[in-house]
Write a protein that binds this ligand. Structure first.
Ligand SMILES: C[S@@+](CC[C@H](N)C(=O)[O-])C[C@H]1O[C@@H](n2cnc3c(N)ncnc32)[C@H](O)[C@@H]1O
Length: 324
């Protein structure tokens, strides 16, 4: 079979088996086209949720897109797929909701196990299934390291990082997001994991408002997670990773206990690591704080990229520890 005919799917499937991801988790990226694809398969990604699949389709490519889609459906069905949904991601503007490509996808939320932790995910009537699979290593780290700590998870979305911290034994977790839908989902994930009601606080609100409020109330945290989107329109004005990283990190540093962890992650291909590091460093310097890099956050092995193609490596960040 030529490279173009199999589009890289067989190799990608075998790689997940070799990584043992497929044996340990129901949720993982099966195929990251920009790094693993051949021909038009480079414009697709495949995420697995048990025997249901979520396809992300980006703009671009030539005349073999439809051929690839047919191949993809055949391939996933041969691996036991029950349903496949697709989401079209336009370069500009908001994506429409996912649509069924094959089978009858489940309606409403379904429970999925990711490395032993259950999460609610949703495949239809949504633009995102509710679990960012590229953060699986960060969830594993939080599960291992948060015992006894007070955690603040900002830009929480459905709270998966809060859940990992809670499962890891955090003494208290505050989960904060602008979207009420996301916070309600995060609460459902907290309950699903049987985490104690009084060890979780859920806030629907603007990070830029709440970080200032928390400082006024002398609140401190042993671990703060910042995972902002590239742009947002919050109640306190607009945020952009290009302009506002220093301000955001400064506000979080004001709440960090000595020896505390600051976890920072962005999903912005257009920001170089150097500029990002310099913004975080400036915020720390202005406060006379020093940080140690505990770990660099990068795309995991299930999101392979080609050497020299930095723009495909959109995820970047660090787990930092404040030096007292
Ligand atoms: C990239 S997602 C975060 C993913 C999350 N950390 C995870 O691992 O699942 C960004 C989230 O930031 C939220 N958001 C955007 N602007 C915000 C703001 N100003 N204050 C609070 N949350 C905001 C969005 O509602 C969205 O849920």
């Amino acid at each position: 079979m030529s490279v173009l005919k199999n589009f890289g799917l067989d190799a990608a499937w075998k790689w997940r088996e070799k990584l043992c991801v497929s044996q340990q988790s129901e949720a993982y990226r099966v195929f990251y086209g920009p790094g693993e694809g051949a021909g038009d398969s480079r414009f697709f990604a495949i995420d697995r949720f048990a025997d249901h699949y979520w396809i992300t389709e980006w703009e671009g490519g030539g005349g073999t897109r439809e051929e690839f889609k047919r191949h993809l459906i055949r391939f996933l069905k041969s691996q036991g797929a029950q349903s496949i949904v697709g989401l079209n991601r336009p370069e500009k503007g908001v994506a429409p909701e996912s649509i069924a490509w094959e089978g009858v996808p489940p309606v409403g939320k379904i429970k999925i196990m990711e490395f032993g932790i259950p999460f609610w995910i949703q495949l239809t009537q949504t633009r995102h299934p509710g679990l960012f699979l590229d953060h699986a290593p960060l969830r594993a780290w939080l599960k291992a390291q948060m015992k006894g700590l007070r955690v603040l998870n900002t830009f929480s979305y459905t709270g998966s990082l809060s859940i990992a911290a809670g499962i890891g034994g955090a003494s208290h977790v505050t989960t904060l997001d602008l979207s009420k839908t996301a916070i309600d989902w995060a609460k459902e994930n907290w309950t699903l994991n049987q985490l104690a009601e009084d060890s979780g606080r859920f806030i629907t609100g603007d990070v830029f408002d709440w970080l200032v409020r928390m400082k006024r109330q002398n609140e401190t945290f042993d671990c703060i997670v910042l995972d902002p989107p590239s742009f947002s329109h919050g109640k306190k004005g607009n945020f952009s990773t290009l302009k506002d990283l220093e301000k955001l990190h400064g506000l979080a540093m004001d709440l960090l206990s000595s020896d505390g962890f600051l976890i920072t992650s962005i999903n912005s291909a257009n920001i170089a690591r150097k500029k990002y590091e310099s913004d975080v460093f400036t915020a720390a310097k202005k406060r006379g704080m020093k940080f140690q890099i505990v770990r660099q956050i990068d795309l995991p092995e299930t999101f392979p990229t080609e050497l020299g193609e930095e723009s495909d490596r959109y995820l970047k960040g660090w787990i930092l520890r404040r030096l007292s």
